[in-house]
Write a protein that binds this ligand. Structure first.
Ligand code: AMP
Length: 463
């Protein structure tokens, strides 16, 4: 179904075309008509499915149709609440892109930065506010923000807001809003707690559920390396020699671990940034910007700091430290394979992580392929990185500065020529040795369920 069949206005269709989207994603096809028809909505969708556009596009279309009558004209008509400042910034980027041909004013509200510009924006009057709960509640308590004419409330990544303990703040904000409004709630999972929230905040909502619950994004190819703890750093350095690993998000369990790893990678000539909660807001935004522009090829992050990261074209997610909870794994790997793109998720598994790996495989309902990096011996010094992959590497390969990456979906099976230096990754371990029979107690990996291994397709056009 093309976007124009969904009932969006011409200014919005133009912006969609300029963003390079050719067709709506499944969550967009399902949600947009329901929101346009005025229903409350529960959207259950994995991250990376295009859910931001699924709520933003129909809201903008509704605003375009009703330019706002007094007294609502100077007040805020749309409030989006999201758990992290990074997510707020990214939603705003999306909103600005889709609303670029509409005369709408937008403001973001989040902690960790000065209040003054946010107060000024709220005082001047804005159509859309995108906010984290804590700072918004603070400013509302000081009398800022006019939500008396609010028409739309969006609660994004609701499960994360619950996890992070924001429910009391959200409740207080929602109590201060008009009861007559349209409410949309998005969550990666539909837990009992989320269901309770929907009863509290939504009225006769429609449910849109994309994909199986807690199933990692369909387009991500997943595999694990079994590696002793002491060899993880060298294995990562070795893998990063692969030119295909050009935009890599690495997860560590701790902030200290993130800093240590980043220092090591920098020392081997790999430009690396870090994202964790000990870093200031401006350092975090800087790290994200450097990663997006290609000034650094590797971003090392902790789970909390990486929530809501929306960066196009991430080639690989590496679980350097295996996640403690399967939900974190699903969230992490959702950072690659966004929308129609294809990406790889690599997990390092030490002996101590084996139980967690088994729980994860049960949780996602499939086995994950084991691989080993040929030419890599645990403990041996890593081979030097080819010059092309040191500092500024992605810039050399990338499209001319200023060109927006193309977001055209690529056919998932298209092959890219394998560069000569790409390490050969072979299945190994008990399965390879036993003619691919599963180890006792582990679900069998069934290749027919995934199809042939799909190579990563870069969405950036830097050829
Ligand atoms: P989200 O799930 O909202 O975080 O979106 C994930 C990514 O998909 C974002 O980078 C969007 O820009 C992109 N995206 C959203 N809708 C589409 C679409 N219809 N076609 C291609 N990319 C899209």
């Amino acid at each position: 179904m093309p976007f124009r069949a969904l009932g969006l206005g011409t200014s919005i269709l133009k912006a969609i075309q300029e963003a390079g989207y050719t067709a709506p994603t499944p969550i967009q096809t399902a949600a947009i008509p329901l929101v346009l028809a005025g229903h409350d909505l529960i959207g259950i969708a994995q991250t990376g499915t295009g859910k931001t556009a699924a709520f933003t596009l129909p809201i903008l279309a509704r605003l375009e149709r009703s330019p706002g009558a007094p007294p609502a004209r100077h007040g805020t008509r749309v409030l989006v609440i999201a758990p992290t400042r990074e997510l707020v910034v990214q939603i705003e980027e999306n909103v600005r892109a889709y609303a670029r041909h509409l005369p709408l004013r937008t403001a973001t509200v989040f902690g960790g930065v000065g209040e003054q510009p946010q107060k000024q924006a709220l005082r001047a009057g804005v159509d859309l506010v995108i906010a984290t709960p804590g700072r918004l509640l603070d400013l509302m308590g000081q009398g800022f923000g006019d939500f008396s004419g609010l028409q739309f409330l969006v609660l994004d990544e609701a499960e994360r807001m619950l996890d992070m303990g924001f429910l009391p703040d959200v409740r207080r904000i929602v109590r201060a809003l008009p009861r007559q409004r349209q409410t949309l709630l998005f969550s990666a999972t539909l837990s009992r707690e989320i269901e309770a929230l929907t009863h509290e905040f939504l009225r006769a909502p429609k449910l849109v559920q994309i994909g199986r619950r807690a199933n990692p994004a369909e387009t991500v190819t997943q595999f694990v390396y079994e590696v002793p703890h002491h060899a993880k750093m060298d294995l990562l350095t070795h893998l990063l020699r692969d030119p295909g690993m050009n935009m890599v998000l690495v997860f560590t369990r701790t902030k200290h671990g993130a800093d240590k790893l980043a220092r090591h990678l920098e020392a081997t000539g790999i430009r690396t940034a870090t994202l964790h909660s000990n870093r200031s807001q401006s350092q975090r935004l800087r790290a994200l910007k450097d990663f997006k522009t290609g000034a650094v090829g590797v971003l090392v992050a902790t789970d909390i700091a990486a929530r809501g990261i929306d960066v196009d074209g991430i080639s690989h997610v590496v679980n350097y430290d295996f996640p403690k909870h399967p939900e974190d794994y699903v969230h992490r790997i959702g950072r690659t394979g966004r929308a129609h793109a294809v990406g790889d998720a690599i997990s390092f598994v030490t002996h101590e992580d084996k139980n967690e790996l088994r729980s994860l495989e049960r949780f996602i309902g499939r086995g994950i392929v084991r691989k080993h990096a040929e030419g890599f011996a645990a403990g041996a010094p890593p081979a030097p990185r080819p010059a092309a992959f040191r500092s500024g590497e992605r810039r050399e390969l990338s499209s001319p500065a200023g060109l927006r990456p193309q977001r055209q979906p690529q056919p998932a099976t298209r092959q890219q020529p394998t560069p000569p230096s790409r390490p050969q990754l072979q299945p190994h371990g008990p399965r390879a040795e036993q003619g691919r029979k599963p180890a006792q107690g582990q679900p069998e990996f069934d290749p027919s369920r995934r199809g042939p291994r799909r190579r990563f397709q870069r969405r950036r056009s830097w050829r």
